[in-house]
Write a protein that binds this ligand. Structure first.
Ligand code: DGY
Length: 323
């Protein structure tokens, strides 16, 4: 029997890759950098399935180029804003993602970024290496407090809730803005402006949608406290980066930590790189060894289920099964 043809846009951990290699005829893009759009066009025609990364734009053109055999796109990420879901659904193609397994690793990282930005850990480390550490001083590298602070969580899905669990241990007051999700014990649901006005720490955990693009803009920064620390481990486009630069440069807020930028990677001439009160990481919030293995397993299971004509364990467009 002929094996289904799949294109995998980057080497994923063996835990998932080996499952796929056993059952499929695999075209593996085994380079460090993602395939360009042109290269995607060259590799997708005739495939039954695509395993993509968040850096691969799987839009209508790519879906059309793949042709009528394509029945599943498995994204190695919980976010799927790189895929044209509407186009996939119109063509009856199931799209899978990897929720759940990266919740704790991402919340750990968001919390670490929040504390690092608030306590100026990266700046302090640079201070030492640059030879500026001359003595102990009462006012050297002062930061903010976490115990008893007010944390505002924007987007209260799995990762937002994991953030709240961590904040509880620090005795924080927890405010949540999320029009769709249920609150949990110990958190206060508020409107957007109240969250901006009252939070000392603000962490973003909402997906990128047309509604959340530039949700944090100049107007939002103007409502924040001057001691606020902003953390973004969701998607870069949720924050207007020109407004972020202005807010940090002019000390409208205290500091920020971002794991995601717009675009990615951040160009080396970005003015954000000039700021001492900003920590920038290269989209690594889910980057723990076991999390990335579990993401590979789920991505493989989604892909294989779609190829067998079964419902994906984690499907983002379940409406295709209603047709
Ligand atoms: C995701 O899964 O969407 C993260 O951004 C990367 O793990």
């Amino acid at each position: 029997m002929t094996k289904p043809k799949v294109f995998i846009t980057r080497r994923i951990p063996d835990a998932g890759l080996n499952l796929i290699l056993e059952e499929c005829d695999v075209d593996l893009w085994d380079k460090d950098l993602p395939p360009t759009k042109e290269e995607l066009f060259q590799h997708v025609p005739g495939v039954d399935g695509i395993l993509s990364l968040l850096s691969d734009p799987i839009d209508d053109e790519v879906i059309q180029a793949a042709g009528e055999n394509l029945r599943v796109i498995s994204n190695y990420a919980v976010g799927y804003n790189n895929i044209d879901i509407q186009a996939a659904t119109q063509h009856g193609i199931a799209v899978g993602n990897t929720p759940g397994v990266l919740t704790e690793a991402t919340a750990d990282f968001a919390f670490a970024l929040m504390m690092s930005a608030g306590r100026r850990i990266v700046e302090a480390e640079r201070h030492v290496r640059a030879g500026h550490w001359k003595t102990w001083g009462p006012s050297i590298l002062l930061g903010c407090d976490f115990a008893g602070a007010t944390l505002g969580i924007i987007g209260f899905g799995r990762i937002g809730k994991a953030m709240a669990r961590r904040a509880t241990g620090f005795g924080m007051r927890i405010l949540v803005y999320d029009p769709t999700s249920q609150p949990m014990t110990g958190v206060i649901k508020v409107d957007f402006d109240t969250l901006l006005r009252e939070s000392d720490l603000i962490s973003l955990h909402t997906p990128l949608t047309p509604e959340t693009r530039h949700l944090i803009n100049g107007e939002a920064f103007a409502k924040m406290k001057s001691n606020a620390v902003l953390v973004n481990t969701a998607r870069g486009e949720i924050v207007d980066q020109a407004a972020l630069y202005d807010a940090l440069k002019n000390h409208k807020i205290f500091a920020a930590g971002i794991d995601v930028t717009d675009p990615e990677p951040l160009p080396m001439d970005s003015t954000l790189l000039e700021l001492d009160n900003l920590i920038i990481c290269p989209h690594i919030a889910s980057a723990s060894t076991s999390t990335r293995e579990n993401m590979a397993l789920i991505a493989a299971q989604n892909l294989l289920a779609g190829l067998r004509g079964e419902r994906l364990p984690f499907v983002v467009n379940p409406e295709i099964y209603e047709k």
